[in-house]
Write a protein that binds this ligand. Structure first.
Ligand SMILES: Cc1cc2nc3c(=O)[nH]c(=O)nc-3n(C[C@H](O)[C@H](O)[C@H](O)COP(=O)(O)OP(=O)(O)OC[C@H]3O[C@@H](n4cnc5c(N)ncnc54)[C@H](O)[C@@H]3O)c2cc1C
Ligand code: SF4
Length: 510
């Protein structure tokens, strides 16, 4: 055998750099479902099913194309429980010239693979991951010497680099870089939200569902009604479904929350982008094309493209720029444990119940649920960043460290001092009421800040503002919040703070 080519579960692209220039006749591809990767966190059952199923389908495609694939299926008693053990065994058996792989998306595994050459006795070639618009070094060069790293400025660079939604004169289409101010409508049921794209499980997926039920019965969530795409062709069909049915309203209702609809007008493409079934540039080009051909408005196309070549690339850049120290950041010094209802959904707070319940059923919640409901609550309640980061990493089908960590630790918890937002995304119940119809079905009263039935988000919000005065009072974007707080009568402030104290001491009862 000439070379061993290791492909990981989130590297399922036929254009993967590790496969470039490879020799189908002599090289051997290795893929493995190993215990260490499947169990380092309480992965949602649907996430495990998805990863194992897409891996098996991808391996089958490679074999059909003539590759030799060594594929290890999951079994708890496999003697090789880690990727290194699988690779070591094959290296000893076949004596390849070297191991080739594409850099992985997680610091933990990346640092392990970087040391493998010492134990394997063969060189390990780690190639760059070319499936992103911005290379790691390019981001580091952009960041160098800047006082502040702001997504918006990085995004403009990516627009220029890709030419997406740019005029021939090099100006942004529509005369503006960003149409976010058009994208804040509440959704009241009309126009109806489209059903998400569905693929019924085939025999490969059905086998994996059984495997996960047998060996991971206590993991979070349900395996029922699994309907995600598991091949690149199916993911492409999901993209077309999104463009036809949801993209036209994506922008308008991007920030909306609903008591009745789980998916609204979101694309549900993150699992496919993050595992390599879809290429981000191809996806953005298809969306830009939908605008050029009059099938979607500009605020929708621009809003969507910004999420991918802006936010997605930006969080990846931040991750690799600041790891490994980044994962330990806790600038607001939060110490509280994650309330148990994050795992059960059993809380009287309707918005939280709805977001967690959808998460348990679907391994999915849309961005505003993640940011402004479960994330906002964790921020206001002062949950330890490691606890809440572990939760997000476990429960979502699209969760991989490079994208989950900056979103949770940075965007939601503001634990990094503000790389992902110039002010914390903290909000009272009023925000949730404005963007949703949850409050009318809630046990709590959104208009109240004190009293037994007062919405917990309200007093927790003001308690957060008050206890973090030293952290935020000099931030001009927070000045209005402090002015509003300071002008409240002393008695009212005392009552709100006292309700806040009670809530913090009794989180589990909410
Ligand atoms: C606390 C928290 C944790 C998150 N964890 C993850 C995660 O583990 N994996 C993940 O892919 N996204 C994560 N996100 C970002 C975002 O919520 C999801 O990408 C999105 O909800 C996926 O659903 P969708 O494909 O329907 O997205 P859409 O709303 O349709 O957006 C389109 C695409 O834009 C990209 N995108 C949008 N926002 C972001 C963002 N903030 N960061 C990176 N990409 C973005 C995604 O690829 C997404 O598929 C997180 C956000 C928060 C607030
Ligand atoms: S009243 Fe408060 S807890 Fe209830 S749904 Fe509204 S914001 Fe959520």
């Amino acid at each position: 055998m000439a070379n061993l080519i290791l492909i990981l579960g989130d590297q399922l692209s036929h254009q993967l750099s590790a496969l470039e220039g490879a020799d189908k006749d002599n090289d051997r591809v290795v893929m493995a479902e190993v215990h260490d990767e499947a169990s380092y966190t309480n992965h949602h059952k649907k996430k495990l099913i998805y990863i194992f199923s897409v891996m098996r389908h991808f391996a089958r495609e490679l074999e059909q194309q003539g590759w030799h694939v060594h594929y290890q299926r999951y079994h708890p008693d496999n003697p090789e429980q880690s990727l290194e053990a699988v690779v070591s065994k094959l290296a000893a058996e076949h004596r390849p010239e070297k191991l080739i792989t594409t850099e992985c998306g997680e610091w933990r595994l990346h640092s392990q693979i970087s040391q493998w050459h010492e134990h394997l006795g063969i060189p390990v070639e780690i190639r760059p991951d070319t499936r992103f618009v911005c290379r790691k070094q390019e981001f580091a060069d952009w960041a160098k010497g800047r006082k502040q790293l702001r997504m918006e400025f990085f995004y403009r660079e990516m627009r220029k680099k890709t030419g997406l939604l740019m005029t021939p004169e090099g100006k942004p289409e529509g005369g503006q870089w960003n149409f976010d101010s058009d994208n804040r409508k509440k959704w009241s049921g009309k126009p109806p939200a489209p059903a998400p794209f569905r693929v019924e499980p085939d025999s490969v997926t059905r086998e994996v569902i059984q495997l996960v039920e047998e060996y991971f019965p206590d993991h979070f969530g349900t395996s029922e009604d699994f309907h995600f795409s598991v091949t690149a062709d199916q993911a492409q069909a999901a993209l077309e479904h999104f463009i036809d049915f949801a993209l036209p309203c994506f922008g308008d209702y991007q920030d909306a929350l609903s008591d009745h609809e789980d998916w609204l007008f979101h694309s549900i493409l993150s699992p496919y982008l993050n595992t390599g079934l879809l290429d981000p540039t191809d996806v953005c080009q298809a969306v830009a094309q939908a605008w050029y051909s009059g099938r979607a408005p500009l605020n929708a196309a621009e809003g969507f493209i910004r999420q991918i070549i802006g936010w997605r690339e930006f969080v990846r850049g931040i991750y690799w720029l600041l790891m490994p120290g980044y994962a330990k950041e806790n600038r607001l010094n939060n110490q509280r444990s994650l309330p148990w209802f994050y795992w059960t959904g059993e809380t009287k707070m309707r918005c939280m119940h709805k977001a967690i319940d959808a998460t348990a059923r679907n391994a999915y919640a849309h961005h505003i649920q993640r940011l402004m409901v479960t994330g906002n609550f964790a921020l206001l309640a002062g949950i330890h960043p490691e606890d809440i980061c572990d939760w997000y990493l476990a429960v979502y089908i699209d969760a991989f460290d490079w994208v989950e960590l900056p979103n949770t630790l940075g965007m939601v918890m503001h634990a990094d001092g503000g790389y992902l937002g110039s002010k914390p995304y903290a909000a009272s119940g009023k925000y949730i009421q404005r963007m949703s119809d949850h409050c009318q079905n809630c046990h709590y009263r959104v208009q109240d800040a004190t009293g037994e039935k007062a919405c917990p988000f309200n007093a927790l919000y003001w308690h957060f503002i008050d206890r973090h005065r030293d952290d935020f009072a000099n931030n001009p974007r927070m000045a209005m919040m402090y002015r509003n707080w300071d002008k409240q009568p002393d008695e009212r402030r005392r009552a709100i703070l006292s309700r806040g104290e009670w809530l913090l001491a009794n989180l589990e009862q909410l």
